[in-house]
Design a protein around this ligand. Structure first.
Ligand code: ZN
Length: 297
């Protein structure tokens, strides 16, 4: 029985943490946000928040890379991250030392894709891809009701793309690969090209045609790989008005009538859950999943 239980969500981002408590019907009761600093201080704030409530299970969607395979040595850890102090940090272990409840630990984008899967517009058993284009680029995929992943979670944010003709001299901003998808289409790539912070660039700036070209290629790659029912683009870059319609046009040209495709307005889309809430609702649904799994044992 889950009635009367409280569920927790931790959206662990590289720049901020969002923690939430909800009832078993996913009504959010309390939410808090704070800056991501060092792991000790950040986890102290996180556990202090949850200790105020009689929480029964917590879903965690974390920045990565992370260890998500239960039974592997790195399960529950942030693994090799450029974020100072967080490499090899035992996230789940340090949470459970203070708040010992069942957890579901996955990537931020897996949490987002799960939120859209549970509460968005797709039918169950459909294949769904979720991109976030923000400070970094991440991708979560659900197929056959499960997250796609082998030895670990997908890393589609770092695929290599064909350069836009007007972008050939831009080296990209990924510290590992330069001009991978993250290097070419993340928020910092906008500032690196134009000298203007992404949010201050006008809608008519030609840089958006370049970003749309990369979004179209990203959508094309996952279309070929997974043949999904829907591809969702979340995050601050994707929310730019008009950007996805440009990307749909480029996408149609790339396809060149090769594959039969659904109506692109309903295929390459923004998240259904508003206000960047996909990850929180996904975390809460995954917390419920963890709770039910622990109850059955
Ligand atoms: Zn990269």
């Amino acid at each position: 029985m889950v009635e009367g239980k409280l569920l927790g969500s931790i959206e662990a981002g590289g720049t901020k943490f969002v923690c939430a408590i909800a009832d078993a019907n996913f009504n959010v009761i309390e939410q808090t946000k704070f800056k991501t600093t060092n792991p000790v201080d950040t986890m102290a704030k996180t556990t202090a928040f949850f200790q105020q409530f009689n929480v029964s299970a917590i879903g965690i969607g974390s920045f990565g890379p992370i260890g998500i395979k239960e039974g592997q040595d790195d399960y529950g850890f942030i693994t090799k991250t450029p974020k100072v102090g967080w490499s090899d940090f035992d996230f789940v272990g340090s949470l459970k030392a203070a708040v010992n409840v069942p957890v579901f630990f996955t990537t931020d984008v897996n949490a987002s894709v799960y939120g859209e899967y549970e509460f968005g517009t797709v039918k169950k058993d459909q294949t769904l891809v979720y991109f976030t284009l923000g400070t970094g680029v991440g991708v979560g995929v659900i197929q056959g009701g499960s997250f796609v992943g082998g030895r670990s979670h997908p890393e589609i944010g770092h695929i290599i793309l064909r350069k836009h003709p007007d972008d050939v001299n831009f080296a990209g901003v990924c510290r590992f690969h330069g001009d991978c998808l993250e290097g070419l289409a993340s928020g910092p790539s906008l500032a690196a090209r134009t000298g203007i912070a992404g949010e201050n660039i006008s809608d008519s700036d030609p840089v958006w045609d370049i970003i749309a070209y990369y979004i179209a290629q990203a959508a094309w790659s996952v279309t070929l790989s997974f043949r999904p029912d829907k591809i969702i683009f979340g995050g601050s870059v994707s929310s730019r008005p008009g950007l996805l319609s440009k990307a749909r046009q480029q996408f149609a040209q790339m396809n060149n009538d090769y594959l039969p495709l659904p109506d692109l307005d309903n295929y390459i889309v923004h998240p259904k859950i508003e206000n960047n809430g996909s990850a929180t609702y996904g975390d809460l649904a995954l917390a419920l999943f963890a709770l039910q799994k622990a109850t059955v044992k």
